[in-house]
Design a protein around this ligand. Sequence first.
Ligand code: SF4
Length: 404
Amino acid sequence: MTTAASTPAVLPADWRWHHAHAATSLSAIDDLFPGRFDLDGLDRAGIEAATERYGMRATPYYLDLARRADETDPIWALAVPSPRELNVQPEERLDPIGDERPDLAPVPGVTRRYRDRALLYPTPTCSVHCRHCFRKRLVGNPDYALTPTELDAAIDWIAGEPELHEVILTGGDPLTLSDERLLSLMARLANLPHVWMLRLHTRMPVVNPFRVTPELARGLRALPVPVTVVAHFNHAAEVSPAATAAADRLRRAGIDLLNQSVLLAGINDEPEVHRRLLWALLRAGIRPYALHHADLVPGTSHRRTSLETGQRLMRALRGTVPGHALPHYVLDLPGGHGKVPVDQGWMTTPGPPASGPPTPGASSPGATMAAPSTSAPSASGTAIFRAPDGGRHVYPPRNDGRDT
Ligand code: SF4
């Protein structure tokens, strides 16, 4: 951890420095930026209790984007623990989208939910621990670090799956690896004859954009298969000049650059706020791609919206940005059943209350599918989705451990 005396007046454009000096407590923020933030009015005990439970990590670069130390500031809210995280709801889960479901996780470090794609988690390390992260259980947890033998086994497994055409490196954040480790891993994957494309899911362009060096961009370009980088910007305040420069380096190297956001109450659920995010991305040459309904992550109910709020937002955005800038609003069904578009016919009839009895036939295999509709969820806030695996699933799920 840095000290006040060691914090340079101008923060260095060096990703390793920002990664190494990430703040892990409220007092570390004060040490990094002495007197910059007014911490007096904060519920310190609550923040420290939430930090103790979930951990905290935020780069000086990212914290420097914050204007004030309270949850009305999107950067602060996305990076600094909130006492509200201590409120855990019964439907929330450590593995909200079933990454570790045994039939989806054939070897350590791999999840395969779809026939043609698989996720590979080469590291549990991130430069910032996002408060809404759906992989909180593994981020910063050394138990999830793959040994060289496990990584070899994961690649061997991928090598034996000829129908897998895209490998998505995710995490943790794969861009926290050195160029050498990242590019050699990607080259091993790219040289498998059935792997036709690679994808990187990363928040480094947002929280530590100096990571996107010209050398890295050139290294990605030199791989024998197309590479897509999917960043994770949630608010226009994150699209800084440094982030825009990072995007520019990738774009000029010929790397396809997309963005996925998470719909977060009080951060980006207002149409005008979201419109500004989409335009900021477009100006930076980043294509909006997905808007994820917030997952059932422990301690995040204060950031989760209703499905109806998300649908209203999408309706309000249509016509205010170019059509190609409208992200797909999707829900990752709890239990590992895959992503469903929320407003494009995957939602069928409104479901029963989460605590009530199931709708007759709603979860029974072979039940007649109601005509898809784009109707809003029921007044209770529940809905039934048709999943890519053919099943029908109540959302939010019941609290009895069943997903259907
Ligand atoms: S960078 Fe991604 S994996 Fe890491 S904490 Fe944030 S959301 Fe989670």
